[in-house]
Each structure stands twice: as C-alpha cells, then as structure tokens.
Design a binder for this molecule. Structure first.
Ligand code: DAU
Length: 330
C-alpha cells in the first residue's frame, strides 16, 4: 500500500500526516481545496515529493478525474470543516464538506477499489460526559453541535459503505489535537496569539469544560498505525488520557508566556457547549500496541515555542483572523 490519497492534507492535522507519510516513504497525493484553514506552507519542505491537486471533495467530477489520474492504493480522509463555533454561526458548509464530501469520496473509493479508506471522525460524535466515565468505540453516537452532527453523519456513511459494499473502511475518532501550525480559531492557538498581542483571552463560561489533549504528531502517528495494522470495518478511538479543564490550559499557557492572568476574560458560553470528552483508547493500545509519546506539559511548551518562532505565519493571517474574532467574541 504505497500511494496514499490524503484529503485535507494542507490542514493542521492532515499536513502533519503528510509530513510523516513522506518521511515514511509513502507516495503522497494531496487533495485540498485550500479554504481559509488550508495552507501549503505547512508542507512546503516536501512540495517536490507530493502530488498536489487543488480540488474540493464536494466536486464529484474533479474527484473522479483525480482517482483516474493518480490511482491511489488507499485514502486517508481528513478534509472537513472542523470548527464548532463556525458551525454554530452557519451549518451549511459543514453539511457540504463533511457529509456530501465524505459521501463523494467513499463512492469514488468504492468504484476504484482502494485497499483501505481511513475515515477521520472525532470524539465529539459521542456527545458529552459529566465528571466521570469515558467513551468506548461501542458507545452510541449522540452528537450535539452542527459540526459534530455532520461528522457523525460522515462516520455513519463510512459504516454504510463498509457494510453495504464491502469497502474496507476504518473509522478513527481522535480527541482534541494541538501543536504546530494550528489555525488560531481553536482554544490553544487563540490563547497563545491573543496573549502575545496583550489582548484579552476569551474563556467560555467559567472555563470548567474538560477536553482530552492529543499532540498532533501522536495523532498522525496513531493513524499510520491504524492504516497499516487496523482491521477493516473497525473503529479506533485515539486519545492521550491528558484531560484538562480549559481554565487550567489557559493559565498554563499564560505562565509559559510570562503573561498575567488578568488577561483572561470570561465570556458568554458556547450554545450547547459539550461539558467533557474522555476517550477509552484501550483497543488501540492493546490490539495495535500504540501509545502517545508526548506528554501534555512538554507538548504545550513546544507548541508555544513554535508560535513564538513562527509568529510571521500568524501575522500574515491577522486580517482574516481579526474579522473572525470580532464575530466570534462580540
Ligand atoms: O474533540 C475533538 C474536536 O476538538 C475536533 O473534532 C474539532 O474539530 C476541534 O475543533 C475540537 O473541538 P472543540 O470545540 O473541543 O475545540 P475548541 O478549541 O474550539 O474548544 C476547546 C474548548 O475551549 C471548548 O470547551 C470551548 C473552549 N473555548 C474555545 C475557544 C475557541 C474557549 O473557552 N474559548 C475560545 O476562544
């Protein structure tokens, strides 16, 4: 299985997967429509090794031509609209990319007979938890936001293509990713960038919601393990076990940056805000012998360090970010 078609490979997590794939010797075919969140700078060091196609997964004809031209052995489908707050502002693009786009990709993969289709889902498809318990792969889906409903739909489409047509689909459900190159609309990069600019740092409600933080390099590594050793038709949770309240994460970042806690501004809550996510990743750890290699403390330090060294990348995006932030935090 050498030629991998990676959708969304110019995105935050997809690009980490592409970088690791090139280093591992895979032939990478990258399909990305380069929306606001996509950026080829993320894979610039490997641009000569990658076959890039600027196409949207929602464009059935373009996807068909791509499969004919490139003949991929496997598909790893990262392309998605991913930000919960944007889905609350407008669900439309989420239904298009995540539901329609996934169905087009699955259909093309079926007709062209790929060996494996990794369908990237999320822990948000399970809904949320209170202080105790965790999600297993067998937990019923109970998504809350327009984003997580669109991902649950895509997840179920993958299940249907496996069961109905025998397409070798593997579903992965990672927890919250963080790390280098993350677009500053998600909690960790928003806090880093706003604190660096001495602007107030928005924390929803009292910051008591809990997320399980997974370093992006560990996430991509886990997906390679699953691609290479996972079982068709199966689902794998990918978690780190590193649960933190949002307020703890925010205070830790301010401490690393040497910024005062009075930058924190508690804002109105996200509508329908999921309280806590927690994955049981025992299946991945036991059956495929995978474990994460980055603890949250060092991962967060490295991430802050990366933003300090790459602030020009953020500054180049600041006009678009300001426009988004002013809508999101008004
Ligand atoms: O759990 C996996 C999911 O993690 C992925 O499927 C999503 O694509 C990804 O966006 C992420 O979703 P979250 O909604 O958990 O991530 P976000 O960084 O937007 O928010 C993390 C927590 O921080 C959440 O409880 C909301 C809160 N938050 C977020 C932002 C952007 C704030 O308090 N202030 C903020 O400004």
């Amino acid at each position: 299985m050498k030629r991998l078609l990676v959708t969304g490979g110019a995105g935050f997590i997809g690009s980490e997967f592409v970088r690791q794939g090139v280093r591992k010797g895979y032939g990478i075919i990258l399909a990305d429509s380069l929306t606001y969140a996509g950026d080829l700078l993320r894979i610039k060091e490997f641009e000569k090794e990658i076959s890039f196609h600027k196409i949207s997964v929602t464009d059935r004809d373009a996807v068909e031509k791509l499969f004919i031209a490139e003949k991929p052995d496997a598909v790893v489908h990262w392309a998605a609209e991913s930000h919960v707050d944007r889905s609350i502002m407008d669900a439309g693009p989420f239904i298009d990319s995540n539901v329609k786009g996934t169905s087009i990709m699955l259909d093309a993969a079926r007709r062209h007979g790929v060996e494996c289709f990794v369908n990237v889902s999320t822990d948000e498809v399970y809904g949320d938890l209170d202080e105790s318990g965790s999600f297993f792969e067998t937990t019923p889906l109970n998504p809350s936001s327009p984003y997580s409903v669109s991902k649950a739909s895509a997840d179920m489409l993958g299940r249907a293509f496996h069961r109905t047509y025998g397409l070798p689909v593997i579903t992965v459900r990672p927890s919250n990713n963080y790390g280098q190159w993350q677009y500053p609309e998600k909690l960790i990069p928003v806090v880093v960038v706003k604190a660096l600019r001495n602007e107030s740092v928005p924390v929803y409600a009292q910051g008591l919601n809990v997320r399980e933080w997974l370093c992006v390099s560990d996430c991509a590594d886990a997906v390679f393990r699953i691609l290479e050793k996972g079982k068709a038709g199966d689902v794998y949770n990918i978690g780190s076990g590193e649960e933190r309240k949002n307020i703890e994460v925010v205070k830790e970042i301010l401490k690393i940056l040497g910024k005062p806690e009075d930058l924190i501004k508690f804002t109105k809550d996200r509508p329908g805000h999921d309280f806590r996510y927690s994955l049981n990743s025992g299946k991945l750890r036991k059956e495929l012998s995978w474990s994460p290699s980055t603890d949250f403390g060092s991962g967060l330090n490295n991430t802050v360090e990366w933003f300090l060294s790459n602030i020009n990348w953020v500054n180049a995006k600041i006009a678009a970010l300001q426009e988004y932030w002013s809508k999101a935090y008004s």
